[in-house]
Design a protein around this ligand. Structure first.
Ligand code: SAJ
Length: 426
């Protein structure tokens, strides 16, 4: 990388920090990290791996990272990699503010020939319609002539033991072909176990990630709708999907549940819906998929209410346990979590609901106390701790009803204990 001597990663979360460590490991150039969260900076300086990422812990054990919440750390950088969240507001409107302020923060440090690379997931058009104007308005540079803007969508999958920043293929697009070749080679220098694919332009790079995640959202909506239909027909959706999965080609299983959470799948479709509408296209199908998935927490709580009414259990007095608050198993992230939505719904219904999650502070410190203190359970996340230990505790408990929001428990075993079991489509 003859003309890339120093890079900065802006945003040191579950995307930025692994990226910074990968660059540091490769020694392709000097790398520094910037984050406005002083606690994050302090943790990294104290070599605390707040992401529970083995690779980061290993690196921090023997090395330190040059990180700061002072923007001057970006002095003399040639590459600025922006890895900040792209959330949606409560009414599902895309929120570009973190990306826009991140780009603004790098402007004073840009020099001719610099590359600004956005890794955050955005809709097609964001780089040219939002980043380029900010750079050209706040510097004396022209994007394309003096500065490159590139988009290399992140594909980190939190909690994934197999795929990581080193071995996940990446797509990259830039303001022009020549700049894209340079920045793609830079990525090849630290992502050594995967393909770096140069796409023709920024919009294609932006579109790939949005397509990947909307693909997942509509497929989950499809099986969620099937589950509701199969509930009516008394067909076990889980066994059906497992059977359909043995087709050796052109079937990709997804799994129904109490809803879709996280900062990717539950959020990204709204970015595409909103931007396409500005161009006069209405993504009806994506909207319906979002509606189906957003309806699953209420669908799941209603199953509990239905069973409690059949057993003449008082909604207000019966103690109910919500098992799991995070948006997916074995991680501590509660963003857009369906379990949090179910909790709100049960509170609004005046139910007596307690919560337990090994990764999030709740009403109990262990699974046994949580189960033994309640008469009904609604499971929102399939944490390994639940799969390992729930059955044993259930046997001696007073639990009468279990709603399995992730279809992850052993239906037959639980029914044999004389407990009413309802899954989502089973
Ligand atoms: N979910 C279902 N049914 C499924 C799969 C997921 O209900 O069949 C739910 C999960 O419970 C969770 C939500 O959807 O609440 C999202 O789950 P996820 O496994 O997609 O996890 P994420 O949000 O961490 O998605 C990440 C994404 N990675 C990136 O954006 C780089 C996504 O693109 C990946 O496809 C996904 O991981 C993955 O495949 O694991």
């Amino acid at each position: 990388m003859k003309n890339i001597k120093k890079a900065v990663v802006v945003g040191l979360g579950y995307v930025g920090l692994p990226t910074m460590v990968a660059i540091a490991r490769s020694r392709v150039c000097e790398v520094v990290g910037y984050d406005l969260d002083k606690k994050k900076i302090k943790d990294i300086k104290n070599r605390i791996d707040f992401l529970n990422d083995k690779d980061i812990s290993l690196y921090l054990r023997d090395n330190s990272l040059l990180v700061s919440s002072n923007k001057d750390i970006m002095e003399a950088c040639d590459v600025f990699i922006i890895c900040v969240p792209t959330p949606v507001s409560n009414d599902h409107q895309p929120d570009y503010s973190l990306v826009e302020s991140a780009v603004l923060s790098v402007c004073p440090y840009l020099r001719k020939g610099a590359h600004v690379v956005l890794e955050s997931t955005v809709n097609p058009g964001t780089c040219e319609e939002r980043l380029v104007p900010i750079i050209e308005k706040n510097t004396r540079y022209k994007v394309g002539r003096d500065i490159n803007v590139a988009h290399c969508p992140e594909r980190i999958n939190p909690g994934d033991k197999r795929f990581n920043v080193y071995n996940i293929n990446r797509n990259i697009g830039s303001i022009n072909k020549k700049s894209n070749e340079i920045i793609a080679d830079f990525y090849r220098a630290f992502i050594t176990g995967a393909k770096i694919n140069e796409v023709s332009n920024l919009k294609i790079a932006e579109a790939t990630k949005i397509v990947e995640n909307t693909f997942r959202d509509i497929n989950i909506a499809y099986v969620n709708e099937l589950a509701m239909s199969f509930d009516k027909m008394g067909i076990d959706i889980k066994e059906t999907l497992e059977a359909a999965s043995n087709k050796p080609f052109s079937f990709l299983p997804h799994w129904p549940g109490c809803g879709v959470g996280g900062h990717c799948i539950a959020v990204d479709p709204y970015y595409l819906i909103e931007r396409a509408a500005l161009s006069g296209f209405d993504h009806k199908f994506l909207k319906i998929a979002r509606e189906i998935n957003n309806g699953m927490p209420l669908y799941t709580v209603n199953k509990l209410v239905e069973e409690m009414k059949k057993q003449k259990m008082s909604l207000a007095k019966t103690s109910v346990l919500l098992l799991g608050l995070t948006y997916k198993a074995n991680i501590a992230d509660t963003r857009e979590s369906p379990s949090m939505v179910m909790w709100d719904i049960m509170k609004d219904m005046g139910m007596n609901c307690k919560v337990y999650d090994p990764f999030v502070k709740g009403d109990y410190s262990n699974l046994a106390d949580a189960v033994n203190g309640n008469k009904a359970i609604i499971l929102g996340v399939g944490h390994q701790e639940f799969l390992n230990g729930l059955n044993l505790i259930l046997k001696k408990s007073k639990v009468k009803i279990i709603i399995d929001g992730k279809n992850c428990l052993d239906k037959e075993k639980i029914k044999k204990m004389g407990i009413i079991y309802r899954g989502i489509g089973r």
